[in-house]
Design a protein around this ligand. Structure first.
Ligand SMILES: *Cc1c(COP(=O)(O)O)cnc(C)c1O
Length: 403
């Protein structure tokens, strides 16, 4: 086989479709987020980032940076091993206690990333629970799907955010059979929110475990940043809450919070937790500082929501079509992969605004979009400039305005 031409052809196919991924080579400005330097065209150019998942700008927060520096000075760069073999640092232990408290759960466990926390926990639970059946929301993240696949457990996919369909599927199985219901709270591409209470009601009725991915909600919702389940006072009803340290908390890493026995089980059986070097202690220290800050401070959450409302209002006034969401994620619809890429290029080249185009397979074909994520540090002036730039791009490329 001619391997090289195989790879080349596969790449050519996605290029022809307009969905070949080009990474923006950025240098974020620590004292000056949302500004970053953009390197792709030789000389670096200062641009405004409008699509970061560092939703609250905690990745640039003084307390977080100081915690990271302090930990490096105390304990060095790497952890030095897996958790079991010399790689458990005191910062990991403190962080796990803090996360358990954040979600009012007995215990918590940290992983290299949110992706790994989903994949490793779900596959460990589903593999070992006897005759388990998984009920998974149709829009669940790739990391969840991978965890389910790895477990080779029978699964039922319920229609997105649809308790009626979930109930119908649950009712086909005997009550004694082990069941795991998996869904997200805020969906990252559409910005919509799960009916958590209805799902918990069903889980109680059919005696199922519940696993919620709160990756796009932790830090941002709830009185101490515990997520949507905390905001809606459902957190005590969920068996497992999964989150990331890489989005609103501004660092990197993932976790689950649950009962002591369940967490101890995952700690003892999940391959993706056991057989890998633990996260750098400085990363744990920075995450700890970020969580602790956001537990007490409401300023970032309030300002974040206010900025989001402002951007939505201005988009409506300008007639730029976006999906109406009740979260902080604003998907602006372009509906065509090539145009989406061109719109993003024009925003960058002519307006110094960086918004990555989102194409298939991340979203279905025909729903290509620019996903805007306002943060507390986006100013009124930046919002005005964004709206003007979008209008100019919409006119230039003859993209459809809202009806
Ligand atoms: C980003 C994301 C993850 C993975 O989290 P990382 O910490 O970035 O690995 C998991 N689930 C969802 C829904 C996500 O969007």
């Amino acid at each position: 086989m001619d391997y090289e031409s195989f790879f080349k052809q596969k790449l050519q196919d996605i290029k022809t479709e307009g969905r070949y991924r080009i990474f923006a080579d950025l240098e974020r400005c620590a004292k000056d987020f949302p500004y970053a330097y953009y390197y792709n065209e030789g000389d670096p150019r200062r641009v405004i980032v409008w699509c970061a998942n560092d939703y609250l700008a905690m990745g640039q927060h003084e307390k977080v940076l100081n915690a990271m520096r302090g930990a490096i000075d105390r304990v060095g760069a790497g952890a030095g091993g897996t958790r079991n073999i010399s790689g458990t640092n005191h910062y990991h232990v403190l962080l796990e206690k803090e996360i358990a408290d954040l979600h009012d759960k007995e215990s918590a466990l940290i992983f290299s990333s949110g992706y790994v926390s989903n994949e490793a926990s779900i596959s460990a639970l589903a593999t070992h629970l006897p005759e388990c059946v998984i009920f998974s929301d149709a829009h669940n993240h790739a990391s969840i799907i991978q965890g389910i696949r790895n477990s080779r457990t029978p699964k039922e996919i319920f229609q997105h955010n649809n308790p009626t369909h979930l109930k119908e599927l649950l009712s086909r199985y005997p009550r004694e059979r082990a069941k795991l219901i998996i869904f997200e709270s805020v969906y990252s591409m559409d910005g919509d929110i799960a009916p958590i209470e209805a799902f918990c009601d069903l889980a109680e009725e059919y005696k199922a475990l519940t696993f919620i991915d709160e990756v796009h909600a932790v830090g941002m919702y709830g009185h101490k940043g515990g997520g949507i389940a905390q905001r809606d006072k459902q957190d005590h009803r969920l068996s497992i809450i999964e989150g990331t340290l890489g989005k609103a908390f501004g660092v990197v890493g993932g976790y689950i919070a649950s009962s002591s026995y369940l967490v101890d089980f995952v700690r003892s059986f999940a391959s993706g937790f056991i057989f890998t070097t633990s996260m750098p202690p400085a990363v744990a220290a920075a995450s700890l500082a970020s969580i602790q800050h956001l537990k007490m401070s409401q300023v970032e959450r309030q300002r974040h929501q206010e900025r989001v409302q402002k951007v939505k209002k201005r988009l409506t006034q300008a007639g730029i079509p976006f999906m109406p969401t009740s979260s902080h994620i604003i998907p602006i619809l372009v509906r065509n992969a090539h145009q989406c890429k061109l719109a993003s290029d024009q925003l960058l080249k002519e307006h110094n605004i960086y918004v990555q185009p989102i194409n298939y397979p991340t979203v279905p074909r025909g729903t290509e979009r620019l996903r805007i994520t306002p943060s507390p540090v986006h100013t009124d002036q930046m919002i005005d400039d964004l709206i003007d730039a979008l209008k100019s791009v919409w006119d230039n490329l003859y993209i459809e305005y809202a009806a």
